[in-house]
Structure formats: C-alpha cells, structure tokens
Design a protein around this ligand. Sequence first.
Ligand code: C5P
Length: 235
Amino acid sequence: NPVAAVIPAAGRGVRLGPGAPKALRALNGTPMLIHAVRAMAASRAVSLVVVVAPPDGTAEVKTLLDAHALPERTDFLVVAGGDSRQESVKYGLDALPPGIDIVLVHDAARPLVPVDTVDAVIEAVRDGAPAVVPALPLADTVKQVEPASVPGTPEPVVGTPERARLRAVQTPQGFDRATLVRAHDTVTDDVTDDASMVERLGERVVVVPGHEEAFKVTRPLDLVLAEAVLARRRA
Ligand code: C5P
C-alpha cells in the first residue's frame, strides 16, 4: 500500500518568539522542516511527501527542498496552506495523487521523530486500523479547570482524570486515506489533531508507542533540547 506523508508547516510559531515561520527555523544549521521531511522520507514505505507551506512562502520552501539532500526514491510536492492547521492539512490531502492508500500527517514542529515510530504507525494502519496515533504516558498529573468567574483570579479545578489512562499524543498520525478525507469533508469542529476528527466519525482510533524524541518544538527551551538530541545522535 503506497504511503504519503502530509507535513503541515504553514504556522507562524508565535510561541517560539519572534523570527521566521517556525518550520524554517534552523536546528544545528538545518531548517526544522528539512529534518521533518527527512524523518518521513527515512521510512522506505513513504513514496511521497507533501509539504504545506505558508501561502507566501511556497517558492522559498521549494528552493529549500531542492537545496538539501533527500532520498531519491521519494517524491516531493509543495502546496500553500490555510488559516488553520486543519485547513492546511486539507489542502495537503487535496494534492494527493490516486493510488495512495495510507496517509501520515506529521507536524513540521516534530522534526526528530525516529523512523521506527513512523514505521510502527504505518504498520498499524496496514493491520487494519483506520487511524493510528503515537502516544506516551504523562509525567504530569492533569487537572481540568473552568474559567475564573472573575478575570485575573485563580481558576477553579473541576476534575482530575486518572493519569494512568491519559496519553500525550504525537505525530505522525496514520490514516486510511478515505477515512481521513471523509473526516476532513464532514467534521467542522475546531480540533488540535487529525485523529480527533476521525473519532467524531465514530471510527476506531488506536495508539502505538510514541517516542521521547518526537516531542513538539513549541517554546524556546525546546530548541535547546532538539539541538542536544541532534548532537547526541552525531556523537
Ligand atoms: O500551532 P501548532 O504547534 O499546533 O502547529 C502544529 C503544526 O501545524 C505546525 O507544523 C504548523 O506549522 C502547522 N500549521 C499549519 N497551518 C496553520 C497553522 C499551523 O500548517 N495555519
């Protein structure tokens, strides 16, 4: 079953501080996006990588892909993104050619996901799951809160879900293509990942083990950690 990876990379990354769009920030001299593209192309199953670029940055992203060594067996496409992550993923799906049965959706902001995690996600989709997410147990206890009744005062806690049953979800998330397309065509709620759209359809979503190095580069300290991981890999 041919596999394509869609990489939404059209976000601004404001939480990372001022500067270039997040996906174009360098990690050890190489843009985060290139690390993410290589992480997907590292899987022998992935025959196509679709990068969803900032609408005013598609030419720059194409130039970037041309300038970096990427596996010969993989094809690359660049399309313009939208106002939300969801919309950007949709434009990536719209660009997929016929013949692709399995789609991975991978955040450019998770540049260091190991290939074994990518392959585990693909294998679980091949084994019949319509949607697969890599995920890890939580170190922190999680509280549910309500907005403070008076702005500026402490938020009241309304519950504590049992930590052992919670998982922190990463990407790449893997999908049966037709299921993901149907989810994007029918679910309009605001969501923060693609699997939750498939959940809304009532389809089965399963978890495979995630990896510590698949963390999301969101805040400035994450850049320090990512460069440390790269340095350790080279050592
Ligand atoms: O903002 P967040 O960290 O959740 O973004 C996750 C991924 O979605 C990032 O790789 C970002 O570039 C992408 N994104 C996008 N289009 C948007 C907003 C975010 O492709 N409009």
